[in-house]
Design a protein around this ligand. Structure first.
Ligand code: PEP
Ligand code: MN
Length: 337
């Protein structure tokens, strides 16, 4: 349940309303501000809520039918543009974050970052905590890798997007990175999502590869409802019965997300295609569906990457500029048809 309160309500009065709700067993209530409006979010036993009277209350919104009330497009309060570093994602030219799957060789990461920047990418993507299909694959440099991020960022001169796996790492990673990624294997980790609500950094939320769009949007609502409206949705392919591409591009999800919320929607063609030769085609298809940006794995020397699978989907940085130009053009053409 979302209780809307007067946008000019005194903070003390909002806190008192939260306290009056929280005296009920199994009820948690907390303030949320979004889109210039103010709310009290209530979770738990709702039977007490109809009895609540407070002069600051201006509306009550049930969340029983739509579990993503704050993000629901019809309510008009979700942000359509979110900045990563100084660059807006959404509402303008295609945004692009590109870079290595994982931070392995520091020098290669710097060289890759400089190359993608030179091609016009707006952010460097790089994995420090790596969720893996197998526990025997490289799990990323982890804590010591986070300490390398400021130097990497300074050397490349781009904002950094990196994944956080564990809620306990959110604070540390938020200090060093500009945008926190939630991977497909972690999208349903609600402890992590809640923690990201207080991260003070934009979140790039990937769709779970077996997750319906509605659950993806509810996962985004977890972040937003806990205080962070800056969520960028990222589609990245879903499991299918056929493995011609590693994950089937979830283009319908792009449409659905755009229809149901104003949040920016980006696409990761690398993890969908799983093979470098199909990355541009999948990116162009996503562009035709109007995505706001792309997240692309790129590496100056894919043969040096630890895992042949990662190397096999790493795009050549030198082609990022022409891919972005083509995607911008396709997006415009598709929008005009
Ligand atoms: C990634 O982008 O580095 C990644 C691991 O992606 P996903 O969570 O989509 O597999
Ligand atoms: Mn990867």
């Amino acid at each position: 349940m979302i209780i809307e309160v007067d946008k000019d309500a005194d903070a003390g009065a909002v806190a008192a309303l939260c306290d009056s709700l929280a005296i009920h067993d199994d009820v948690t209530a907390w303030p949320v501000s979004m889109g210039g409006r103010r709310f009290v979010a209530v979770s738990g036993d709702e039977t007490c809520v109809p009895d609540i009277y407070a002069p600051i209350v201006v509306g009550r919104h049930s969340t029983n039918t739509c579990g993503y009330w704050l993000l629901d497009r019809t309510n008009g309060i979700a942000p359509a543009t979110i900045n990563v570093g100084d660059t807006p994602v959404g509402g303008g030219p295609l945004w692009c974050a590109a870079g290595p799957c994982a931070l392995e060789s520091f020098d290669d990461a710097v060289a890759t970052g400089l190359a993608v920047r030179q091609q016009g990418a707006h952010a460097l993507r790089v994995g420090i905590f790596k969720p893996r299909t197998s526990p025997y694959n490289f799990q990323g440099k982890q804590g010591p890798g986070v300490k390398l991020l400021p130097e990497l960022k300074a050397a490349v001169g781009l904002p950094v997007v990196t994944e956080v796996l564990d809620p306990r790492d959110v604070g540390l990673v938020a200090e060093a990175a500009d945008c926190l990624q939630v991977g497909t294997r972690n999208m349903t980790n609600q402890a992590l999502l809640k923690e990201l609500g207080g991260a003070g950094r934009p979140v790039l939320l990937k769709r779970g590869y077996r997750t319906p769009v509605e659950e993806w949007l509810r996962a985004a609502e977890f972040v937003v409802a806990h205080g962070n409206p800056a969520v960028i949705l990222c589609a990245r392919g879903i499991s299918s019965f056929d493995a011609s591409l590693r994950f089937m591009p979830d283009l319908g999800a792009v449409l659905a997300a755009r229809e149901r919320t104003d949040l920016p929607v980006v696409f990761d063609p690398s993890h969908s295609a799983g093979r470098v030769d199909a990355v541009p085609q999948v990116a162009l298809a996503a562009a035709a569906f109007g995505v706001d940006g792309l997240l692309i794995e790129a590496h100056i020397a894919p043969e040096r990457m630890y895992r042949p699978g990662d190397g096999g989907q790493a795009y050549k940085p030198g082609k990022i500029g022409s891919l972005m130009a083509a995607c911008n053009a396709v997006r415009e053409i598709a929008a005009g048809l």
